[in-house]
Structures are given as C-alpha cells and as structure tokens.
Design a protein around this ligand. Sequence first.
Ligand code: NAD
Length: 252
Amino acid sequence: MVVIAVNGAAGRMGRTVIETAADHECEVVVGFDVDGPDEIGGVPVVDAGDAADALAEHDPDVVIDFTIPEATLALADACVEVGVAMVVGTTGFDDDELAELDAASGSVPLLKATNFSRGIQALLRSVRATVGALAGYDLELLETHHDGKVDAPSGTANTILETVQEQRDVEPVYGREGHAPREEDEIGVFARRGGDVRGEHELVLAGNDEVVSLSHRAEDRAVFAAGALDAAAWLAGKPAGRYEFGEVVDEA
Ligand code: NAD
C-alpha cells in the first residue's frame, strides 16, 4: 500500500482520488482543503494552512494535488519542509509559478502532468506523428470542459499546442472575431465551457481535399484519478527530481 495525502480533498478531483484510491493499492490517510467537510469517505480533511504539521503527523509517501496554482505552491513549501513527494495535477500555472514549482523538485520528487489519462498520452504521440506527416495542413485545436473550470485554454490543450509546436512553427490565435482571415502559420485555439463535461480535446488538420481529426473524450474523472494514483505509486521512493507521466505509462 502506498500512503497518500490529497490536497484539494473536497474538490471534484480530490473526492474522486479518495473514492478510487483503494482500487490502485493506495491508502489516503489525510486530505487538505480550505473549504468543505472535516471528513470525506472516512479520510480526515484538515485546513490546508496546517499541511506541514499534518504531513509530519501522517507521514504519507506522496501528496496528490488537484487545486489551484497558489495552493499547489503553498503545498510545495510544506512538502519541501517535511520531505514528501508530490504528484501535481493542477493546471493554469504562469511561468513564474512553474519556475517556483520546478525549484521544489530540487528537494523532493515531483511529477506534474496536465492530464493523467493514458488516452491523452497516446493522443500526444499521434499528434507528433500526424503533424509531422501532414506539413501545410491547417491546424485548429478545440477543447470543452465543465462550467466550473477556471483556466482557459485547458492545461491539456496547452500541452497539445506545445506538442504541435515541436513539429511546426505555428502561432496560437485564441478564438476569432470580426475580420479575422486565417494566416498560414497559425493554429486556432477554442475553449468551450458548459455542464459537467469531463474534458474533450480535438486537433483538426485540414487539407484541401481531406480533414484529419485527432480527438479524446474523458467520460469519467476516475480516469484522471487512476493515472494520478498510479503516478504516486510509481513516484514513491524515487530520488528528488522532476518526473513526467509519460515515464509512468512507458514502464507500465
Ligand atoms: P475543484 O474546484 O472542484 O476543486 C479544487 C479544490 O481545491 C476545491 O475543493 C478548493 O476548495 C480547493 N482549494 C482551493 N484553495 C486551496 C488551498 N489553498 N489549499 C487546499 N485546497 C484548496 O477543481 P477540480 O475540477 O477538482 O480541478 C482541480 C485542478 O485539477 C484544476 O486545475 C483542473 O484543471 C485540474 N485537473 C487536472 C487533471 C489532470 O489530469 N491533470 C484532471 C482534472 C482536473
């Protein structure tokens, strides 16, 4: 059993991690949040401000974090202080915040992914191959998420964009309005929000006589929780450093 703590325990993802941990040979011993109940699924939830003390008391192998960037960075301080590994699923970091998080990986093992589904890992590989093979095709990237999502475009859309940019020099155009003719070296990026959509991503490659579409739809948050829990089990006991979810998938 890998012993886990969950930051953002009362959130959509935090609750799913707690509900599904036992299916992945993980035991959640404590949760942190700034809101919500004191206990979820039998797991005590304490104020995130007390995370360092609670980490020292419960001694988890890994903390899984699905919160907001400022909460992740506060948790990183506590993890560095106590010496606990981190799996970070939170998205929406700016460059300064990413650098701060990266600094923590000098002291503790840290694995961050904008998407913990294995399907998205496979999609990224397809993106590399397809964009490389279809030079000159027009590229458009679309994503849809539930109405509670705060960052846009999604972290996964940004990862797909970066993967495209490894193959082709394209500039993102976020939405279009008014007189907005398409340039050859651009990729349109569109974020739709509504309902409880778990996460949909589509990369369209349009040539003159054909259209290729690479898409992924998450149907349950359990898919992200499974990846994060598997990543935690994989990360436990590793030396300090920065790790990628692709390494977990490759070794599975
Ligand atoms: P949510 O809003 O349902 O949950 C976030 C939780 O964080 C809330 O319970 C909130 O009270 C808590 N929180 C806020 N400030 C905090 C603090 N200072 N300390 C501790 N907890 C705090 O959001 P969600 O849908 O669970 O998503 C959370 C994050 O995870 C988002 O950034 C989202 O994009 C990301 N996400 C990533 C993946 C992935 O596979 N990497 C999958 C789904 C969601």
